[in-house]
Design a protein around this ligand. Structure first.
Ligand SMILES: Cc1cc2nc3c(=O)[nH]c(=O)nc-3n(C[C@H](O)[C@H](O)[C@H](O)COP(=O)(O)OP(=O)(O)OC[C@H]3O[C@@H](n4cnc5c(N)ncnc54)[C@H](O)[C@@H]3O)c2cc1C
Length: 575
């Protein structure tokens, strides 16, 4: 096993990981910093896929208090208010840093001010963007800046276990598989950032980048850390539905289509949204996704088993001009977005839940920090469109600053628990000892997970379905353990990585289902048919799940209203 040492180890190269690397380097240039990533730096993760943009209160008529209130009300009073406050206040600094120090170009108005567009669920047009390819602009500039500095990279290195000290009190390093050779690599370090970006890819339809499989959340769980708000999985209403054998299925058709007047139609080509909500297609993501799911359950389906979006009445030329990227994407799949109908389905998009953390990004494990979609508590029951990339970049930078200072003061190379390293390797080796899958591939197992999460732990839930899902997840995990893969060449052995992906996804799915069963109310993205009411906001509590032995320990913890209580608003006192 190859061994490497570095002062600071960053897992993931999305907005969180790259900002952390740049800030840590700036704060303490003498420290050695390594970014280790499952994909290629600058080319992977969901930050690169950001289309719509970045929420930030810049305009004179807007305020951080207004952005804060939108975030708290959108999150149905479940966000941690100190985290949300940090998000909205530091987003202002970060967007200026992105433009003025890192070289991003965002769209501007004729008077030279930054253009900010409307996004659902917000009381002000505050979404900064670069056309509809905002993420590419951000990640390209961040990657160039990282490449230009003395920051080490371990690309196509998959983190498989957080390794603690013998006494279990601190982190000592991380075990990896070098995907290019199949070798194990141990990285010894003083501080680790978990920035692997969550990603609900256990659902039949999902949007995240292909390499994301909740590895970070599963590693944190196995390391004994608490995960909060895990029942909160956001579905985007308009995932493209182009058949089972294309990766295009599940990818997002942007919200602007509904925003600019698009209609959703059932299989009989009838509009249905006005029956569900007075805002019709312009209602929030959770409301529209639920209505679509209910409509699908009635059985009037499009040829691929979903519904339709129709834009023709908006004017085909206008649609071609306004949504060129979307029109091209649909054309690639045989659909005419401008003048015809496109098949769509709600698609799992974002995990509001994640590792519990403090506003300085520290966790309860000494030396382990977390930022971005792996971190829980910023968004509560719903993430506003545009608050995702703000979250990863804001807290990535905070984590970089904190880690640099922390390593300088109290970070040192700790004694490694080598038995934990051996245990982790033996867990990764398991599929090579087992009998190869009777199906010849892992596909049928993956399909089973997709189906059970979509049907029983998806958009509409109830206790009976969640209990069945938990028992099916147990069977699934047992079957996965017994499913072997051929022990051939380990270099780029994608079947092996698929097996490891399914393991992380199954462990995280169990947490989602348990948290969903524990929450006996309906808030934001979590809807219980047997408990359809939100419950008293004053008594808001969040779910907290941690691993105890082979089981999970679940508790409900009260939300601390540190800045504003339900029924109050910061706007009254500040504006
Ligand atoms: C299609 C799409 C559109 C979106 N549009 C918007 C938008 O308009 N506005 C908005 O605010 N948000 C949007 N989001 C959400 C936004 O992308 C995320 O909230 C945010 O950028 C996540 O950043 P991150 O750094 O936490 O994770 P990511 O950017 O996903 O990065 C995760 C990194 O971790 C690496 N990784 C994963 N597993 C491992 C492992 N085991 N070992 C090592 N590395 C690992 C990955 O390779 C990747 O480099 C969108 C998401 C998608 C999918």
């Amino acid at each position: 096993m190859r061994e490497i040492s570095t002062d600071i180890l960053i897992l993931g190269s999305g907005g969180a990981g790259l900002f952390a690397a740049l800030h840590a380097h700036k704060a303490a240039p003498s420290l050695s910093i390594t970014v280790a990533v499952k994909g290629l730096l600058g080319k992977c993760g969901c930050t690169r896929m950001v289309q719509g943009g970045y929420n930030v209160a810049l305009a004179k008529e807007d305020s951080v208090e207004r952005h804060f209130m939108d975030t708290i009300e959108g999150g149905k009073w479940l966000p941690d208010q100190d985290l949300a406050w940090k998000l909205v206040t530091l987003a202002v600094e970060r967007i200026k840093e992105l433009e003025n120090e890192l070289g991003c170009f965002f769209d501007r108005n004729a008077d030279g001010s930054v253009h900010q567009k409307a996004f659902a669920g917000q009381t002000f047009d505050r979404t900064v963007h670069k056309g509809d390819l905002t993420g590419i602009e951000i990640i390209n500039r961040l990657a160039e800046q990282v490449w230009a500095r003395k920051i080490a990279r371990l690309e196509e290195h998959r983190a498989v276990e957080l390794i603690k000290t013998k006494d279990g009190q601190a982190i000592a390093g991380v075990l990896f598989i070098d995907m290019r050779s199949g070798e194990y690599v141990f990285v010894r370090t003083k501080a680790v950032l978990l920035g692997t970006g969550g990603g609900p890819s256990m659902y039949k339809y999902h949007t995240p980048s292909g390499e994301k499989s909740c590895d970070g959340l599963a590693m944190a769980l196995r390391a004994g850390l608490p995960l909060r708000d895990m029942e909160m999985v956001q579905f985007h209403p308009t995932g493209l539905l182009a058949g089972t054998h294309t990766r295009m299925t599940g990818t997002v058709l942007e919200e602007g289509l509904r925003g600019s007047g698009g209609y959703l139609l059932n299989g009989a080509k009838e509009r249905f949204m006005p029956h569900y909500d007075p805002r019709a297609e312009r209602a929030t993501r959770d409301v529209v996704s639920r209505a679509m799911y209910s409509e699908m359950k009635k059985g009037d389906l499009s040829p691929n088993g979903g519904l339709y979006i129709s834009m023709a009445h908006v004017g085909p030329d206008k649609v071609r001009k306004m949504f060129k990227g979307m029109v091209d994407r649909c054309a690639d799949c045989g659909f005419d977005l401008a003048a015809g109908l496109v098949e769509v389905v709600p698609t799992a998009h974002y995990m509001m839940g994640g590792v519990e953390f403090a506003p300085d990004c520290s966790t309860e494990l000494k030396g382990l920090f977390v930022a971005g979609e792996d971190a829980g508590g910023v968004h509560g029951a719903n993430r506003l469109g545009g608050n995702g990339v703000a979250n990863s970049t804001v807290f990535g930078a905070v984590a970089g600053d904190t880690m640099a200072e922390w390593v300088g003061k109290e970070g040192f190379f700790q004694e490694i628990d080598f038995s934990a390293v051996e245990g982790a390797i033996s867990n990764c080796e398991k599929p090579f000892g087992a009998r190869p899958s009777k199906h010849g591939s892992l596909d049928p197992l993956r399909e089973r997970l997709y189906e059970l999460m979509w049907e029983k732990v998806g958009i509409i839930r109830d206790a009976a379905g969640l209990r069945v899902a938990l028992s099916e997840l147990n069977e699934f995990e047992n079957e996965l353990k017994e499913t072997g893969i051929a022990d051939g060449n380990r270099a780029f052995n994608l079947t092996w990585h698929d097996w490891l992906n399914l393991k992380s996804l199954a462990q995280t799915s169990r947490v989602i289902a348990e948290a969903a069963l524990a929450r006996t109310d309906s808030r934001g993205a979590h809807f219980r048919e047997d408990f359809p009411e939100a419950g008293p906001l004053e008594q808001s509590a969040f779910t907290s799940v941690r691993q105890k032995g082979d089981g999970l320990d679940i508790s409900m913890k009260p939300v601390a209203f540190t800045r504003v209580r339900p029924g109050e608003s910061l706007l009254r006192t500040h504006e």
